[in-house]
Design a binder for this molecule. Sequence first.
Ligand code: NAD
Ligand code: LMR
Length: 339
Amino acid sequence: MFRSVARSAAGKHLLRRGYATESVPDRKVAVLGAAGGIGQPLALLMKLNPRVSRLALYDIANTPGVAADVSHINTRSEVTGYVGEEQLGQALEGCDVVIIPAGVPRKPGMTRDDLFNINAGIVKGLCSAIAKYCPNALVNMISNPVNSTVPIAAEVFKKAGTYDERKLFGVTTLDVVRAKTFYAGKAKVNVTDVNVPVVGGHAGVTILPLFSQATPKANLPEDEIKALTKRTQDGGTEVVEAKAGKGSATLSMAYAGAIFADACLKGLNGVPDVVECSFVQSTVTELPFFASKVRLGKNGVEEVLGLGPLSEYEKEGLEILKPELKASIEKGIKFANQS
Ligand code: NAD
Ligand code: LMR
């Protein structure tokens, strides 16, 4: 175990400017898979987050170096690196938020489901440890295929008797980040002003951006909306092909993961009206898990928001995605229960 202390604030409860209602208590965040392509920049971004007081960086190899490096940054949190399964419990103990970018990424020609055979087992093992060492933590699942790894996590937690549907999240923020960027480019609006909900799941056609609800309104023609939808659905593949065998999105994913983890921390700290899209247990459709806007609070999901009015094209997209998403969810549940 590698430990380094770089605390700029010793108090248990800091008060932040900006949110009159937010106290900033001690918060421990763990990144599992912290030495990977996503894990390293995500560790950096979490080290920059003033809401984090302890940052645990866990991987099966190479975490001491990452932890030593990140720990020299003069921000609030104390960074500790953990390496190997025997240190996983220590990494997890006392965690408020656990972020999981552990597992293999795609190469060109692969679907996210092609990662199932390796990543399902990794996620199952990590979630068993979460159930044991930090059953109350909010879990941010990044490992693919998210449409299956989230149901796997839910089953593991159910078996352990620790499942709380408010605390399990599939991270789909990168789809929102992409939809915002691509929309701003077409609509010629300031990207920082853009909002676009993205619903469904996190693979191909299961990713359904709702450009009819995008703001600022731009009244783009139908063919441009279709092209934007396809580009958002294929955003991951665009990066996988550009990286040509050297992995998938890491930097934009770390950014997206940091945004989502920060939203979770804000919710825990009592900041009002924190809303992000996430793949969660849901009754928004007939599927047991579905990504939509969720309101985050002191216990995780406070409210799963509905889809709002859909265009005819989006209604079609919703029906198209259901069979694939249903199959991926069932595959995850089956794996967790048979192995
Ligand atoms: P990577 O290979 O660069 O890093 C993965 C890390 O996980 C490695 O450091 C590896 O040692 C570690 N790891 C493997 N088994 C582990 C275990 N049992 N415990 C802890 N750590 C373990 O891969 P990456 O590019 O960082 O991608 C990681 C995952 O994130 C992939 O499954 C990828 O498909 C997924 N991903 C998801 C999204 C999303 O939007 N949800 C976006 C991009 C990537
Ligand atoms: C992404 O959307 O970038 C990730 O899910 C990684 C991938 O395999 O596309």
